[in-house]
Design a protein around this ligand. Structure first.
Ligand SMILES: C[S@@+](CC[C@H](N)C(=O)[O-])C[C@H]1O[C@@H](n2cnc3c(N)ncnc32)[C@H](O)[C@@H]1O
Length: 296
């Protein structure tokens, strides 16, 4: 049997592209190599492994859990069931922060990624903002383990500090003790240490769980997906915490879920923390996907 015939056999149960990706993964090659060598014989052990992976994929296991990898912002990330699989929509959030950074007077920006998961956002920012000082937090120790492995694999370990924290809680003592000088030479307020806070938090309503694709609901960490009855529980806590921790004119950049634009506008308009320049960016499907707000 040839590689092509192996793919054709697997394609009876799963998408052909997935079959190609799985066989390429088994052979430690890329899909371009596979296409060029489609007429080569498939070894019996590889054929057996392809059948096993095909059966798991057909049973709904995400492709990334079978290959252990996902590309994000041009970087290859190691993925396990402990972390959310980075989504292409989240690249809009990274792009927005990079664009904002290019307008800042100093590139020595202190950026915090809240809910880092695989480290996708923090590491993409580290790779593209060489002078930035980046901290990444997550509540899940297992996720932080994966994020740190990704930092090592990408040669970015020295660029990102990882910390276990419930949102910004673990950073509070550090903020209270810190006396820093900002890019404009002004002494920062003791509790306002960040130039930007970025987050792709959990935002799915718990009540929407039955409507989620089983591939997502049954295989991705619920801590990464769900945020209370309306999906807003994390935003409600994060927005005031971010306001207290950002430098004046600092940026809050967050991914939002489908239909959450009005709710986020309301949360960012509450009187006890004031934001300006609240703006939403659409994803390629025309859905508001990113909210940006500047701290007053
Ligand atoms: C939607 S995932 C985003 C992962 C990654 N940033 C990305 O964009 O692919 C949300 C992440 O937030 C983390 N998380 C959930 N609740 C948290 C909390 N209270 N404090 C810190 N992190 C939290 C989850 O463990 C998960 O890794």
């Amino acid at each position: 049997m040839t590689l092509r015939e192996g793919i054709t056999e697997a394609s009876l149960a799963i998408a052909r592209r997935d079959a190609e990706t799985l066989l390429a993964h088994l052979l430690h090659q890329d899909r371009a190599w596979l296409i060029a060598h489609a007429g080569d014989p498939i070894q019996p052990a590889d054929h057996e492994s392809l059948r096993t992976l095909t059966a798991r994929r057909a049973a709904g296991v995400p492709l990334q859990h079978l290959t252990g990898a996902q590309e994000f912002f041009g970087l290859s990330f190691r993925i396990t069931p402990d972390v959310l699989i980075p989504r292409p929509e989240t690249e809009h959030l990274v792009e927005a922060v990079i664009a904002w950074a290019s307008t800042q007077p100093s590139q020595k920006l202190r950026i915090l990624d809240v809910g880092t998961g695989s480290g996708a956002i923090a590491l993409a920012l580290a790779a593209n903002l060489p002078a930035a000082e980046i901290t990444a937090v997550d509540l899940s120790p297992a996720a932080l383990f994966v994020a740190q492995a990704n930092a090592k694999q990408l040669g970015l370990m020295h660029r990102v500090r990882f910390l276990r924290s419930d949102l910004l809680d673990a950073l509070q003592p550090e903020l209270a003790a810190g006396q820093r000088f900002d890019a404009w030479g002004l002494q920062r307020n003791r509790s306002q240490a960040w130039d930007a806070i970025v987050s792709n938090p959990p935002y799915v309503a718990q009540t929407d769980a039955p409507t989620l694709q089983p591939e997502v609901r049954d295989h991705e960490p619920h801590l990464a997906l769900f945020a209370g009855d309306h999906g807003l529980a994390i935003y409600r806590r994060l927005i005031p915490q971010a306001h207290a921790a950002l430098l004046p004119h600092g940026l809050l950049a967050m991914e939002i879920g489908f239909g959450q634009r009005d709710a986020l506008t309301n949360l960012l308009s509450e009187p006890n923390h004031t934001w300006k320049d609240i703006r939403f960016l659409d994803d390629y499907a025309g859905i508001p996907r990113v909210v940006l707000a500047t701290r007053l």
